[in-house]
Every structure is written in C-alpha cells, then in structure tokens.
Design a protein around this ligand. Structure first.
Ligand SMILES: [Fe+2]
Ligand SMILES: [Fe+2]
Length: 167
C-alpha cells in the first residue's frame, strides 16, 4: 500500500505531467509528520487514497471511493479509539469532523453507484479532502499525537543504570 509514497517529492521530474497513475508522493510532504509513528503511517496512506480520488477515471471511481471509505473508517476509528482508551479531553469536535468527512464520502459513493454523480464530483471530493486535511491535522490530530507520544514516553521511562556485575 505504501510503495508509492515511500519517497519524498525530491525525486520528481518537474516537467512530468500530472496525470492518473502519478504517485501521491507528489503531494505528501514530511512536513506533515506529527511525530507519532502509527498516526503518521495512517496519514501517508490518507494521501495515497485521497490522491486516487483526485486522479481516478470513470472506470476506477467506484473502486477509489470504496478504498477511501475503507481507509477512512480505519483511520478515524483508530484515532477515536486512542482518544477513548486514554480519556483524551475534548474529543467531540475531532469526532464530529471525522463523521462529516465520512458522511460526504458515503454520499458521493452512493451517488456514483446510483449514476447520479459523475467522476468530476469524485475529483471535487478529492480536492476538498486535500483542503481539509492540513487544518484537521494541525489543530486536532497534532494534539492527539502529542498526547499519545507523551503517554508512551511517560509509561516507559528510560532508566540508565550502571551494571553492578560489570563494574
Ligand atoms: Fe488523522
Ligand atoms: Fe483526526
């Protein structure tokens, strides 16, 4: 899943056209890393599946929507479980944003499946997701990432002891 997003944009040819099949590494930046590994991996995957919405064709739109929805359910469910299991304060706003995104995705997916929405709507959805993500990550996910990192550091203190046997 991550094979296309392992490399940064540094290797990208600036003359190459933007077209379907181009890697999501085109839009991913390590500036998006929040410092909590499991969340950062999920966010790289978000860029891949959102990018697939942006570049899908009429023939691949339904598949791209299904893949994005599967990702979103796992991504949001994972963060919400971290919040619940650690009693993270002020969860409501974060959970509401996730729910709103999932509702939009499901609406477009239903529309495409019913034939009432075109691939252009799927591309618009992809654009909106890329507009939405940085604000969400900077204001909501980053607080959760810091909280989780602090818990891990606090739960596993690094204790340096001189070995009695070897001294
Ligand atoms: Fe997230
Ligand atoms: Fe989130």
């Amino acid at each position: 899943m991550f094979t296309n997003v392992e490399h940064s944009h540094r290797g990208h040819d600036p003359e190459a056209p933007v077209s379907a099949g181009v890697s999501a590494s085109f839009v991913w930046s390590d500036a998006r890393l929040l410092g909590y590994g499991p969340m950062d991996e999920t966010h790289r995957e978000f860029y891949q599946v959102a990018f697939d919405l942006l570049t899908c064709s009429g023939a691949t739109a339904a598949m791209a929507l299904e893949a994005f929805e599967t990702h979103a359910v796992e991504h949001f469910g994972e963060e919400e479980e971290w919040m619940r299991s650690t009693a993270f304060p002020a969860r409501d706003c974060h959970v509401e944003e996730h729910a709103a995104v999932l509702a939009s995705v499901r609406e477009v997916r239903a529309g495409v499946e019913a034939g009432s929405m075109s691939v252009e709507t799927v591309h618009d959805l992809g654009m909106h997701l890329f507009d939405w993500f940085p604000g969400h990550a900077d204001y909501l996910d980053s607080a959760l990432a810091a909280w989780m990192t602090k818990r891990i550091m606090g739960g596993q203190p690094v204790v340096l002891r001189r070995s009695i046997r070897n001294s």
